[in-house]
Design a protein around this ligand. Structure first.
Ligand code: IMP
Ligand code: MG
Length: 179
């Protein structure tokens, strides 16, 4: 696998340990609160499943399916929300679970959209953040790993809809995967 996907920049072990920590933190922060964990699909599916099971309070799960236009190795900046929440989040604490925050456009758009449903709070938990690429200053309450400006795949993240099933995070080898 490594020959095709490149070397891991975050291994499965590092991922597991960090997600456990995030779960602990979220458990403490949301104790006694009415939490709805909202996963942003498809990218967040792997992280979400692990994170949800690391959170030890009764909470609700929900998902948004979001597509960005185009499928190239950069963000087009336009976001389309394909589905709606099934839970009523009015008055509840929403924690948005993302795979990666790059420019910040997606998170900003989703926060604005969710705010219309009047939750008590909206916060963001992202597995990855690329601070060098940020064009919008979005508040990120929980960040798994900060990574440099490199295109990564695996653990839910794709390149042209593939590699999401890679069990670790790797830098995409552009030479063997030309656009
Ligand atoms: P933003 O709107 O620029 O913050 O982009 C967020 C979205 O861009 C993520 O949800 C991903 O779908 C995609 N993205 C950004 N960087 C990467 C990457 O390195 N690998 C895979 N997808 C990425
Ligand atoms: Mg995504």
């Amino acid at each position: 696998m490594e020959r095709i996907f490149g070397r891991p920049i975050v291994t499965q072990e590092e991922m597991r340990a960090r997600i456990k920590e995030l779960g602990k933190q979220i458990t403490a922060d949301y104790a006694g609160k009415d939490l709805v964990l909202v996963g942003v699909l498809k990218g967040a599916y792997a992280f979400y499943a692990d994170l949800a099971r690391a959170i030890r309070i009764p909470m609700r799960v929900d998902f948004l399916i979001v597509a960005s236009y185009g499928s190239r190795a950069k963000t087009s900046g336009k976001v389309k929300v394909i589905t709606e929440l099934t839970e009523d989040v009015r008055g509840k604490e929403v924690l948005l679970v993302e795979d990666i925050v790059d420019s910040g456009l997606t998170v900003q758009y989703l926060m604005k959209t969710l705010a219309k449903q009047k939750p008590r709070s909206i916060k963001v938990c992202t597995l990855l953040s690329k601070p060098d690429r940020r064009t919008i200053d979005v508040p990120l309450e929980y960040v798994g790993f900060k990574i440099p400006d490199q295109y990564v795949v695996g653990y839910g993240l794709d390149y042209q809809q593939k590699y999401r099933n890679l069990p670790y995070l790797a830098v995409l080898d552009m030479e063997s995967n030309p656009e």
